[in-house]
Design a protein around this ligand. Structure first.
Ligand code: MG
Length: 342
């Protein structure tokens, strides 16, 4: 592939979410990103998606677009490999598009016909009315957003939420960094004898001494702690691996840069990984899910219970089922998404 000329095109998208997404930084109404299209001299085409989340420590769309404009329309794989590591989402997009041509280890490594998916529950009391229908569909792993309302109210609701779950179910709690240490301790005490699979990001990554607090909590309580916002790109993964983090790594491949080496490091360290959506479109999700299917470590339910996210189904991934099948992933059609943006 060396020296090969590739034609690089890109299209920006702005897609309103069907329902605004609540984040620690306020309501998020629309997703914006860039789809890239690479074509080689033989007419083979690969697509990729850069779906930045700047408050997650990624580049902005403008930065990704500016770098694409500098690259221009004709590029070599060497030029693509030289895109700076800080442009994580763009690197993920280009790596995904290039993977379509090449060795295609991702599909060869495909080792499961389907993977379970965690059902997303609304924050607060809203969760209670959602559980029954998701149980009916077959979901057995649930994720509840916490740290949104008053801590006393949410703690009081926990047993009501658990009470709605069939036996053998698991509940993930995602605080998105909303708590301080004392609040996190109250939750982890409460979680201890309950079917809580893990508590995700109890402390914000930019809180004072956040890494020490997270390590302390992981040592003091039996419920595993998952890092999400604390992991932005390969250097954070390396840092937590070096610190022998005993908990879970929530991996949003779309924010990782070139994901293959990072995942290889995690696999080598036998890390406990949850693959998760960055609310990207079907283009980026296809690449992310292929990586999840290629993962050979312990499998936890995917954090891809997010769709339908958009009004046009061509941008959505598979939804409504407690499992994603590898054939559902292969059926995702990046070309249709690209065409819809013309
Ligand atoms: Mg999270």
């Amino acid at each position: 592939m060396q020296g090969m000329a590739l034609r690089l095109l890109h299209r920006r998208y702005t897609l309103p979410f069907r329902a605004p997404v609540r984040t620690a930084h306020g309501m998020w109404a629309e997703r914006a990103g860039v789809i890239v299209r690479l074509e080689d001299e033989g007419g083979r085409v690969g697509y990729g998606e850069a779906a930045p989340i700047p408050w997650f420590g990624t580049e902005t769309i403008e930065e990704a677009e500016a770098a694409l404009n500098v690259l221009g329309e004709w590029v070599t794989p060497e030029q693509l490999a030289a895109v700076p590591a800080e442009l994580r989402c763009l690197r993920f997009a280009l790596a995904g598009a290039l993977a379509e041509f090449g060795e295609d280890e991702r599909r060869i490594a495909d080792n499961a016909p389907y993977l379970p998916v965690a059902a997303l529950l609304a924050a607060g009391r809203g969760a209670l009315t959602q559980i029954a229908s998701k149980v009916e569909l077959g979901f057995r792993t649930f994720k509840w957003k916490v740290g949104v309302g008053d801590i006393g109210d949410e703690l009081a609701l926990l047993d009501d939420v658990i009470g709605e779950l069939p036996s053998g179910s698991k509940l993930r709690l995602d605080a998105n960094g909303a708590w301080d240490r004392r609040q996190a301790e109250r939750w982890l005490e409460r979680a201890a004898e309950r079917p809580i699979e893990f508590v995700e990001q109890p402390i914000a990554p930019d809180a004072r001494a956040a890494d020490d607090v997270l390590r302390g909590l992981a040592g003091d309580f039996p419920t595993p702690i998952a890092l999400d916002e604390s992991l932005v790109g390969a250097h954070d993964v390396e840092r937590w691996l070096a610190a022998a983090w005993p908990g879970i790594f929530v991996i949003k491949p779309a924010l990782l840069g070139d994901p293959v080496p990072v995942l290889a490091r995690l696999a080598e360290a036998k890390a406990d990984v949850v693959f998760s959506s960055a609310l990207e479109t079907a283009v980026g999700a296809k690449a992310a899910l292929e990586l999840a299917f290629a993962w050979r470590g312990k499998l936890r339910a995917l954090g891809f219970g997010v769709w339908p996210l958009f009004n046009m189904s061509v941008f959505d991934g598979p939804f409504g089922a407690p499992f994603i099948r590898s054939e559902d992933v292969e059926r995702l059609n990046p070309e249709a998404a690209w065409t819809a943006l013309s």
